[in-house]
Design a protein around this ligand. Structure first.
Ligand code: RM4
Ligand code: MN
Length: 389
């Protein structure tokens, strides 16, 4: 086995990808939420489903919560339940976009009372981090405007900065604030955090515990995301990823399904800098919805897609690449990259799984386990978790 393959296996064995609790509940588009049988009815059952993904991939040991969707009376009990299942609670995601009060925004709203309410929610999320042992607070704001003149662009930034500073001050030494940007939707004229530059500017002002999150679905079509990755890494401000894929807008499809080459290019930038592993300070997670496909295998497939892109990125012959780049060998450099991308890494990953005591084929192993049939039979009655609940 070549050194590169061996190194790839070592890095892949340690790689972890966080799962979003909301991927296990019912979801849909703004036209229709499709109910599936056997979906979790509470956060405890969401964790149980997430643990299945970890059981068959060995690479998904943590779950992100979304508050208030995952509100429980006893967060210590929820964290203990996760530990019993061999996983842990990861990022805490705030939600200031589903309350009537937030029609004109939350932390950027012109009314100080609404801003206060949103701030209180964010501070509550930090309390939940304390109770669950979570270290990352992920902030995504639906704030923005639909019409020119609707509100002051600059004043909204001041309001945002003020709230962020208050939340930042509440963080413990080991906790971080991860700020996520999104170009458009739900607002269409301006979003208050539309791009990485805005997120970066706020994080820079806040301090070292504030970092930027890249959601792969949150850019204009054609945006070179790997360039953003390289820039944020260079500035030490890349805090995490929300992986998914898109054809048109924020489609939240399975990562690597629409554009596996883009995912490879992103992983290449990360592999070059040696920041693929769990100690990198980069929170890698999925942020997807499975509207028409079964959810647990959808998550398993997504984890595998990230692993495949990572494996290919780790197989890039970086010595040959640097030599070709230094020599100005345009075609040679490109060929080195494409060689890695065109490598079939499925057998390497199957072999690795065997070494880890996992089934070589996680999709087949899950399908054969009977878990899907069991939850369909067991989860009768109660209210299925779903979009907006
Ligand atoms: C947003 C954003 C957030 C996610 C919500 C559900 O578009 O991507 O990260 O928490 O959706
Ligand atoms: Mn996201």
């Amino acid at each position: 086995m070549s050194d590169r393959t061996e190194n790839a296996k070592r890095v892949l064995a340690a790689q972890t990808i966080e799962l979003p609790s909301w991927a296990f509940g019912n979801s849909g588009t703004r036209f229709k939420v499709f109910a599936q049988h056997g979906v979790p009815r509470d956060p405890f059952e969401k964790l149980a489903d997430a643990a299945q993904v970890n059981q068959y991939t060995g690479a998904a040991g943590s779950v992100a919560l979304h508050i208030p969707w995952d509100k429980v009376d006893d967060y210590e009990a929820l964290a203990a339940h996760a530990a019993d299942l061999g996983i842990r609670i990861g990022t805490i995601n705030s939600n200031t976009f589903q309350d009537d009060d937030y029609m004109l925004g939350s932390v950027c709203h012109p009314d100080p009372a609404v801003r206060r309410k949103a701030t209180a929610h964010l501070l509550e999320c930090v309390d939940i981090m304390d109770a669950t042992g979570s270290t990352d607070l992920k902030l995504w704001f639906a704030d923005g405007t639909n019409y020119p003149g609707q509100d002051s662009i600059a004043d909204r930034q001041d309001r945002l900065a003020e709230v962020l500073a208050e939340v930042y001050a509440r963080l413990g030494d080991h906790q971080r604030l991860l700020l996520e940007y999104k170009l458009f939707e739900p607002s269409f004229y301006t979003m208050d955090v539309p791009d990485w530059g805005t997120a970066y500017a706020h994080c820079l002002k806040l301090g070292p515990k504030a970092q930027v999150v890249i959601d792969t679905g949150h850019h204009a079509p054609g945006t070179n995301i790997e360039f953003i990755v390289a820039m944020l890494l260079r500035e030490g401000k890349l805090g995490g990823f929300d992986f998914n894929s898109r054809f048109y807008a924020d489609d939240d499809l399975m990562v690597g399904s629409a554009d596996p080459f883009q995912l490879f290019r992103i992983m290449h930038e990360l592999a070059l800098r040696g920041v693929v592993g769990p100690d990198s300070g980069i929170a890698y997670m999925l942020d997807q919805c499975h509207n028409i496909e079964p959810k647990i295998p959808g998550q398993i497939r997504s984890v595998m897609n990230v692993q495949e892109a990572t494996a290919k990125a780790l197989l890039v012959d970086t010595v040959a690449l640097s030599a070709a780049q230094a020599a100005g060998d345009v075609l040679g450099a490109n060929a080195v990259l494409m060689d890695a991308y065109n490598t079939d890494v499925r057998s390497l990953l199957a072999e690795l799984r065997g070494e880890q005591g996992l089934d070589a084929d996680p999709m087949a192993a899950y399908a054969a386990s009977g878990y899907a049939e069991k939850i369909k039979a067991d989860r009768q009655g109660g209210q299925a978790a779903g979009w907006g609940a």
